[in-house]
Design a protein around this ligand. Structure first.
Ligand code: FES
Length: 182
């Protein structure tokens, strides 16, 4: 190591010069990181407010105990402010529904409408103008304008233009349904 006129090692006089650009870059990067963190902190309450509240999330799915619904009985529950019919179909009706496509108004195979042939799960609103149909032995009857549906919820007679609407659901167990989640 050589020594300068001041008596200090030469390297001392030069130490700062090569470091200047590195230090500037470091300060710039640090400023960016701090600014980014500040933006995230400032906007987080806003972003967080856009997520659905936990009570809204819980209402988007409804768990239903189906263990007490006897064969031939319908249980009506509310899901997303709509009635949902959960119909425990008797064996005698299942094969009849499986052998039919419904009517020409909205033909559909029964197997496309049920996950388990014993259980029909449909939105309980007439697809004409939204009245609540009443259960009959052959299916459902809408008292508003006389539409009829079979035990697969398929429209047999108008003015309803569509079958009773399906909804996402899953069997959590043999005795529990979760509505609102496929
Ligand atoms: S609302 Fe059901 S037939 Fe019109």
């Amino acid at each position: 190591m050589t020594t300068s006129e001041t008596g200090n090692p030469e390297i001392d006089n030069k130490t700062n010069l090569p470091d200047e650009p590195d230090r500037r870059q470091f300060i710039e990067k640090a400023t960016c990181v701090v600014a980014g963190a500040g933006i995230v902190a400032a906007t987080w309450p806003f972003i967080s407010s856009m997520n659905p509240a936990s009570n809204v999330l819980s209402k988007s799915t409804v768990e239903v105990d189906i263990s007490k619904i006897q064969s031939g009985e319908t249980k009506t529950v509310e899901w997303q402010s709509k009635p949902v019919f959960i119909y425990h179909r008797p064996q005698t009706q299942i094969s009849a529904m499986q052998n039919s496509k419904g009517s020409d108004i909205d033909p559909q195979a029964d197997e496309e409408r049920v996950q388990n042939p014993e259980w029909l799960v449909v939105i309980g609103l007439c697809t004409h103008l939204g009245c609540v149909p009443t259960k009959k032995s052959e299916g459902w009857f809408c008292p508003c304008h006389g539409s009829r549906y079979d035990n697969s919820g398929r429209v047999l007679r108008g003015p309803a233009p569509k079958n009773l609407y399906l909804l996402p659901y899953q069997f959590v167990s043999a005795e529990k349904l979760l509505l609102g989640k496929a």
